[in-house]
Design a protein around this ligand. Structure first.
Ligand code: MG
Length: 300
């Protein structure tokens, strides 16, 4: 069984210029929740001024909790700090995602802290979350390459993975933030990672910026990874390459798995309907070649 973590509502929409209403975002999540996905990242509890698209986190998560909370689906949310954590857990958030990266230049530009400082900041959140039985997922940005520092060495990824596992995360999500990873690099990094950490606690988060996402996913599968992050319709872009593709599309991942005979539990017509709905709202076409063909022909 392959697990897909749907990041469209958060990672995807965060990188879309059109600011959507809470109702539209909720409708999207509700449609996604019909598709068989077992994990849907909802939002980010950042300061509303810092990321306007995430400004309605309280309202949106409340709706999700009220109307979809009974489903057997995880609805993780990003929390950047203790204040965000407290707001989230008061609303009933049961799983949080924490962020760091392998590059100091990247974290300094994004959150004005070195990588080590991002872990300092997480400590109080982690302590409380563990006490309150809230699951923690660790995101590692720039695992393969950084927009400022270029190619990232495996030693950095190993160090940050260890830091996250020492905190007590149940899984790390290894992010190719700018979509520069290539198959040989992915294979060698995973080989190195799995000699140090359990492979079933690693998820891969690929971007299709340079068209390598599915190939990198195939290599990851061959190395034993079974969890992948993706966004419905390929929602989102790449803030470091204007106009370029961001997250790999969930439909493309679905099609690859289906072609290999691997079960995802996802119903493609429901997923495609959710993607179509949200792509119309942000007024753009999908980046997914499979979805384009599927929407045009109605056939897999
Ligand atoms: Mg992403």
């Amino acid at each position: 069984m392959i697990k897909i973590v749907e990041v469209g509502p958060r990672d995807g929409l965060q990188n879309e210029k059109t600011i959507l209403t809470t109702d539209d975002k909720f409708q999207f999540i509700s449609m996604l929740s019909e598709s068989g996905l077992s994990s849907i990242e909802v939002t980010s509890f950042v300061k509303p001024t810092s990321i306007p698209q995430m400004g309605d986190a309280i309202e949106l998560f409340s709706k999700v909790q009220r109307d979809l909370g009974h489903k057997k689906i995880s609805f993780p949310c990003l929390v950047p700090n203790l204040q965000g954590y407290i707001t989230a857990r008061d609303l009933g958030v049961k799983e949080i995602a924490l962020f760091s990266a392998t590059s100091d230049s990247f974290t300094k530009k994004n959150v004005n802290a070195t990588v080590d400082e991002t872990f300092e900041r997480m400590k109080e959140v982690v302590e409380l979350a563990k006490k309150e039985n809230v699951l923690i997922r660790g995101y590692i940005s720039t695992a393969f390459g950084c927009p400022y520092e270029g190619k990232m060495d495996i030693s950095k990824l190993l160090k940050i993975s260890e830091k996250f596992f020492n905190l007590g995360v149940y899984e790390i999500s290894i992010g190719d933030t700018i979509g520069v990873a290539v198959p040989n690099q992915v294979r060698s990094y995973i080989k190195e990672l799995k000699t140090n950490f359990p492979i079933n606690k690693m998820a891969m988060h690929f971007h299709d910026t340079r068209g390598m996402a599915l190939t990198n996913i195939l290599v990851s599968l061959e190395e034993g990874v079974t969890t992948f992050d993706s966004s419905a319709g390929g929602l989102g872009g790449c803030p470091y390459a204007k106009g370029a593709t961001g997250n790999v599309a969930t439909e493309d991942v679905w099609y690859l798995m289906q072609s290999l005979g691997l079960e995802t539990g996802i119903s493609i017509d429901k997923l495609a309907a959710a993607s179509k709905f949200i792509l119309d709202k942000v007024n753009r076409n999908t980046e997914s070649k499979f979805l384009r063909a599927y929407l045009n022909t109605g056939k897999v």
